[in-house]
Design a protein around this ligand. Structure first.
Ligand code: GTP
Ligand code: MG
Length: 370
């Protein structure tokens, strides 16, 4: 912790914030209770008040995910997470609907995807595949970037009756930056203007060389309308997934990524999360971003209640204290005290970051006035 507000420090010392402000004034610093002070100043104050300084390490007050590595022998195969990307109206949601055998497009406002939808399908062969839908509208760069970062495979959807458009190219760049393998789905094959060869040639200009052009990027012609090519697409996804040897430890406290979150009038804060490892269970105590909570219920993509969520399963979680942010990591912890401690620490850090201003010394103030 580099900076702390006077109020937070006072709370931790169980002293009145006003007394701290007074002491700071005597030390030549004009600070209000909401301002932050640096660690050295804080330590000076703590000694001034006759308290002992307790330096805590980051890992005591926060969770170190990176240091927590699962042993090889705990890992088990998990379904691939596949993100659908491409330009607006090129047919991403329709393709996903066709794959799901359902229809979401009709339920969307104006047929434009507003958020990342997360679904899991079971193939005829019994394999599971998780799909994330993303919006193609230019305003959603951030979501496409996030999509590329939480995924194992990207399906680049290009309408075969159109061409490479700005967000097609943006999606290619995000995918490359994330180092994720890509499968190109040239869609709307049922249309008379369908010209997949033109698309393959344009892709060369962006160093995406598909198999038909002697490259190693898999490509497939599909139609969401007729269902042509869907089995082929699924086969290619499973082939790619096999090469990746995707694994996770299902027998541990869960860790998940927030795909989207919102406040529901009836249900309270809701977060759609994708489990990265471990198994998320109803009753689990968790920290997610600056929020803490307990899993009250979980719903799958069909709105059915589920008791457990294994790796790669997207679920909607009820029971979080506040709305987390998309991209936040959800971590299951041992007890409520720990959850509250971590959440409080992160909130402090977030506040300190927002209000981070160097404490104004009297000297500085006067020189500023002169
Ligand atoms: P955004 O989410 O807004 O970026 O769009 P999207 O890429 O999800 O496109 P969407 O699936 O909403 O489809 C856009 C339009 O293309 C709709 O009118 C679809 O009916 C049409 N469409 C999608 N796929 C096909 C297809 O395979 N064949 C034909 N003929 N039309 C299609
Ligand atoms: Mg869509």
């Amino acid at each position: 912790p580099e900076a702390i507000t006077v109020q937070d420090l006072a709370n931790r010392m169980a002293e009145k914030a006003a007394d701290l402000v007074k002491a700071l004034f005597k030390m030549g610093m004009m600070v209000t209770i909401n301002q932050t002070i640096d660690q050295d100043t804080a330590e000076l104050l703590v000694t001034e008040f006759g308290h002992n300084i307790q330096r805590v390490s980051e890992s005591d007050v926060d969770i170190d995910t990176a240091a927590d590595v699962d042993a090889e022998d705990t890992l088990q195969p998990r379904p691939p997470v596949v993100t659908i990307m491409g330009h607006v109206d090129h047919g991403k949601t329709s393709l996903l609907d066709a794959l799901r055998g359902t229809d979401v497009v009709c339920g969307e406002a104006g047929g434009i995807t507003q958020h990342i939808g997360a679904y899991q399908i079971k193939t005829k062969g019994g394999d599971h595949i998780t799909f994330l839908d993303t919006p193609g509208h230019e305003a959603f760069t951030e979501m496409r970037m996030r999509g590329a970062n939480v995924t194992d495979i990207v399906i680049l959807v290009v309408a075969g009756d159109d061409g490479l458009m700005p967000q097609t190219i943006e999606a290619i760049n995000h995918t490359k930056a994330a180092g994720v393998p890509m499968i190109v789905a040239i869609t709307k094959a049922d249309k008379p203007e369908f010209n997949p060869q033109k698309i393959r040639e344009r892709l060369l200009e962006h160093e995406v060389i598909v198999e038909a052009m002697s490259g190693d990027v898999q490509d497939v012609e599909v139609s969401a309308k007729t269902g042509a090519g869907l089995d082929d697409l699924i086969e290619k996804i499973l082939l790619q997934a096999e090469l990746l040897e995707l694994k996770a430890n299902p027998d541990r406290a869960a860790e998940a990524t927030v795909i989207e979150a919102k406040l529901d009038k009836g249900k309270g804060p809701l977060a759609t999360v994708l489990v990265n490892r471990g198994t998320l269970k109803v009753g689990d105590i968790l920290v997610v971003g600056t929020q803490s909570g307990r899993v009250r219920a979980m719903l799958d993509d069909k709105g059915r209640q589920v008791k457990v969520a294994p790796p790669s399963l997207p679920v909607e979680v009820l029971g979080i204290g506040g709305v987390p942010m998309a991209g936040d990591t959800l971590t299951v912890v041992e007890n409520e005290a720990r959850a509250r401690e971590v959440a409080a620490y992160r909130q402090e850090q977030a506040t300190a970051k927002r209000t981070a201003t160097a404490p104004t010394s009297l000297e500085n103030m006067f020189s500023a006035l002169a």
